[in-house]
Design a protein around this ligand. Structure first.
Ligand code: ZN
Length: 307
């Protein structure tokens, strides 16, 4: 039976795993993301120490970004213009391929989490859906008609504009590029800056959450109207605040204002906007699913011949 490697390369944490799916993870490690050389050496050590588990058929990487996910590009597999120190223009997939000598699949952390949700989580049986993560930043991945969305690059759903009432919320926003884009208004660090307390320390009935839900609902409304997804999955550290879900659903219905007649949204909104079926494991399990898709030749990879 094929065995796969998965790497969730986040801006703050790396998770590496070996296995075949959620019920069969045979080894796993988590460590802080440091400089590329040091971090990739830790990845190499993990896989080298677990060689006895058997040869890997493929490896999948879920990477923080921005990245180059275009398999026809000479820079496929690179982290590109990230402000994260040392990581800009790093050949992430190439380094993993050099160390493991197996085909390497590569995509954004959120697209890969979407793939994991499609394979084993809250998006099984669906072919068009959105996966949003709300944490240190905000990112979105999406599958449309059974394929993860890429275009000239990859979706950057966190940086859309949403209405910002400065009289109600004078906070200028956290995004270094746009100020008060969705991520700038709603990511974990924005909540902390606005209220002076880390978001996890705010009580569930703190007004911070109503404001957060309103902004997130505006984002959800835009994705809903643009992509017509069959479901919107919301994960990430901020979404551990379970009280956000009913508020977001209520605001989305308010914003739609009766316009949309799709029964699946209106009548069953509790199953339309919901947490990931794989919880915080969507990223690393998605990386295993990506490796599986590569092994089955359903998804592109960096392979022995180059790209
Ligand atoms: Zn932004």
């Amino acid at each position: 039976m094929p065995l796969y490697g998965g790497i969730e390369g986040g801006g703050t944490k790396f998770v590496c795993a070996i296995g075949t799916g959620p019920d069969d993870i045979r080894a796993e490690i988590r460590f802080d993301t440091g400089a590329p050389a040091e971090t990739l050496a830790q990845v190499a050590t993990f896989f080298s120490e677990h060689q006895a588990l058997g040869p890997l058929s493929a490896v999948g990487i879920a990477s923080f970004g921005p990245i180059d996910p275009d398999p026809t590009s000479a820079r496929f597999g690179y982290v590109t213009t990230t402000p994260k120190p040392g990581w800009a223009h790093t050949d992430f997939a190439g380094a993993v391929h050099s160390m493991l000598r197996v085909p390497v699949g590569f995509d954004t952390d959120v697209n890969v989490a979407a793939l994991g949700e499609h394979r084993w989580g809250a998006a099984r049986e669906l072919d068009t859906f959105v996966y949003l993560t709300v944490g240190t930043g905000i990112g979105g991945g999406a599958m449309a008609n059974g394929a993860l969305i890429h275009g000239v690059m990859h979706p950057e759903m966190g940086h859309i504009r949403v209405p910002h009432d400065l009289a109600l919320d004078p906070y200028p926003g956290h995004c270094p590029y746009h100020g008060d884009c969705l991520e700038g208004l709603c990511c974990g660090p924005a909540i902390e800056e606005r209220w002076g307390v880390p978001s996890e320390n705010l009580a569930p009935d703190h007004p911070a959450w109503e404001l957060e839900a309103r902004y997130l609902a505006s984002g959800v409304m835009n994705f809903l109207l643009t992509l017509a997804p069959q479901r919107i999955i919301m994960g990430g550290g901020v979404m551990h605040q379970q009280q956000l879900f009913p508020m977001i659903r209520r605001y989305v219905l308010e914003l739609l204002n009766g316009y949309l007649q799709a029964e699946r949204v209106i009548a069953d909104i509790d199953n339309y906007i919901l947490p990931p079926g794989l919880g915080d494991r969507a990223g690393v399990l998605g990386a295993i699913a990506l490796a599986e898709g590569v092994h089955r030749c359903e998804l592109p990879a960096l392979d022995r011949a180059g790209v």
